[in-house]
Structures are given as C-alpha cells and as structure tokens.
Design a protein around this ligand. Structure first.
Ligand code: PMV
Length: 309
C-alpha cells in the first residue's frame, strides 16, 4: 500500500505573545521555509512511531505517558471511531528548530494528525486539525493559548484570540522579515509559567502590560491590512519593550535586537516565549543583507528570511 504523506509549516508570532494567554489578540504567520513532514507507511507488526529529529523509535503502546505524537495518533483514531490503530509506521521529520518559538511541536503534530487521518480514511478541515493538535500542545506547554496550532493548521496569517475562531489577516502589501535564532532553546512552558507567577504577584501591573500589548496588536493589524507594513517598526519596538517588562527577554535577544536596529532594520522584537529562541527584524530589500550580516555577527546561529504575504 502507498504511504500517506503530510506536511506543516513553522510559524512566528509577529505581535502579542504572552498577552495572548490572558485574552489579548495576537498576530502570527506561517513560515514555510521550515517544515515538518509526516509519513504513514501501512503494514508491519503493530503501529510504530519514528521521530527522526529526536532519534526515537517506539511502539504506540509503549509510548511514554504524555507523548505528544502518540496522543496525536490516538486522537485521530478516536475521531475515526476505530477501536485500534491498524498496523503501520508513522515517521516524522522536521527542519524546525526545537523550543525556539518557531512552532516545531505544533507543526510536527499537525503533519502527524494529517498523515494519520489520511491513513485512516478521514478528511479533516483546518479547524478540526487545529483542535486535535491543541490537545497535544497541552502536553508540551501546560496552558497554551492555542495560537501555534491555529496558525500552523490554517497555514495563513491570523489574528488570534484565545477561545475564538481565528480571523484571517489580509496582507495588503507583502513585507520582509528576518528571523534571527539565538541558538538557545527556551521551553515555552517555563516562560509562560514565570509570567503567570509574576502576574499573580502583581495582577494590576501585569494586566496593564497585557492591555498595552493588545493595543499594539490591533494597531499592527490595521497597518498590515492598510498596506503600510513599513510603519510596523515602531510597534515592534514598543512590543519588545513590553516583553522586556514582562521579564522574557535575555542578553542574547537584546544583542540581536540592538544589532538589527543599528544595521538599519525598521524594527525588531523577540518572538514567541522568549529568554532564548528567536527574534524578528523588519527589513526592506535594501537593508536585508546588512541586517542579516549584523545578526550573524551578533551571535545568531541562523537567520531565516521570510516574506509575509
Ligand atoms: O511557542 P512559542 O514559543 O512561539 O510561544 C507561544 C506564545 C506564548 O504566547 C508565549 C504562549 C502561548 O501559548 O500563546
């Protein structure tokens, strides 16, 4: 029998990370330069999972409690109404750096859900895929807002508010970003937990910071939809300052954000959970090469150019 193959892109959060956990909107876009792929090959002895980038291979029934890929398989099997997963092998591969704010967990789970669904003869829409992947995200992140599974499963720029269907964002004029990777993995669960603890200590102060982030997100969406993305630069700076105040920046991120701005980026900010992972710089065709060189010089382990359209 033929194998069933599916893929899913990475993602970046443009504006609104962390505040989105507290009900504020956030903007995120897919990043197709990095991808997760999943293949289900029918047959063999039982159902096996091979996670190549993690160097792991195990039988479905031997998966550790809380294993997100095993959960993805089980969720699709339940949705298909089958008592047992037929024999096969799920192989996942990913070029998305792990724990770096590029949505690797959501992308791997999305690709796996899609490939297993096809294997079981199910046709799932983006909203259904997103809902199943959200269940696996909970195993990785504790209390995720749902933004990662949403943008990855829909594969389009979205404005996301927790608990609501995503709104597509119309990009009236494409723009260019550089994603600079600090090379330092930073599990989102930890930064989200630290922000939660800080919020519980000083609820009013943090609620104000979240509100201020929400106002930036709404302004950014208007500018993207009005076709004036060049004006996003100052909003990125302001969002970054608020993320610093939330305590999720780091020395590496500060170095990259400053280097990008000094080299002519229109704006720059950390992206995702913070304390490591990635940052974003808004560039023009003229400034792109210089900013990329500056990011590498300032310690970025890789720079991924991406066009938002
Ligand atoms: O997965 P990351 O690192 O891009 O971060 C997710 C964004 C947060 O707002 C920090 C958490 C969440 O669940 O929305």
């Amino acid at each position: 029998m033929k194998p069933f193959t599916a893929s899913a892109p990475g993602k970046v959060i443009l504006f609104g990370e962390h505040a989105v956990v507290y009900g504020q909107p956030a903007l995120a876009v897919p990043v197709s330069q990095v991808q997760a792929t999943a293949v289900v090959t029918p047959g063999g002895d039982g159902f096996w999972i091979e996670a190549n980038d993690l160097g792991r291979r195990y039988r479905l029934e031997d998966a550790a409690a809380g294993d997100p890929l095993a959960r993805a398989v089980e969720l699709v099997r339940e949705r298909a109404g089958l008592p047992q997963t037929p024999a096969g092998r799920l192989t996942v591969n990913s070029t998305i750096p792990i724990a770096s704010g590029l949505g690797s967990g959501a992308a791997v789970a999305t690709a796996a859900v899609r490939a297993v669904a096809e294997f079981l003869g199910l046709s799932l829409g983006a909203a259904e895929v997103s809902a199943l992947v959200f269940e696996t995200e909970k195993l990785l992140h504790g209390t995720p807002s749902g933004i990662d599974n949403t943008v990855v499963a829909f594969g389009k720029p979205v404005c996301f508010v927790k608990g609501q269907p995503p709104e597509p964002v119309h990009v009236a004029r494409p723009f260019q970003l550089l994603i600079g990777d600090t090379g330092r993995p930073s599990p989102t669960k930890i930064t989200v937990g630290d922000v939660r603890a800080a919020y519980e200590r000083e609820p009013e102060r943090y609620a104000q910071l979240f509100e201020a982030v929400g106002a930036i997100v709404r302004a950014a969406r208007r500018q993207i939809e009005a076709g004036v993305p060049d004006q996003l630069g100052p909003l990125m700076q302001n969002n970054h300052t608020l993320l610093q105040a939330l305590g999720v920046s780091s020395a590496e991120l500060e170095r990259l954000v400053s280097a990008a701005c000094q080299a002519g980026a229109l704006g720059a900010k950390l992206s995702g959970g913070g304390r490591g992972g990635n940052m974003l710089a808004l560039v023009t065709p003229e400034s792109s090469a210089g900013v990329e060189a500056a990011l590498l010089e300032a310690g970025a382990v890789r720079v991924i150019p991406t066009r938002v359209e």
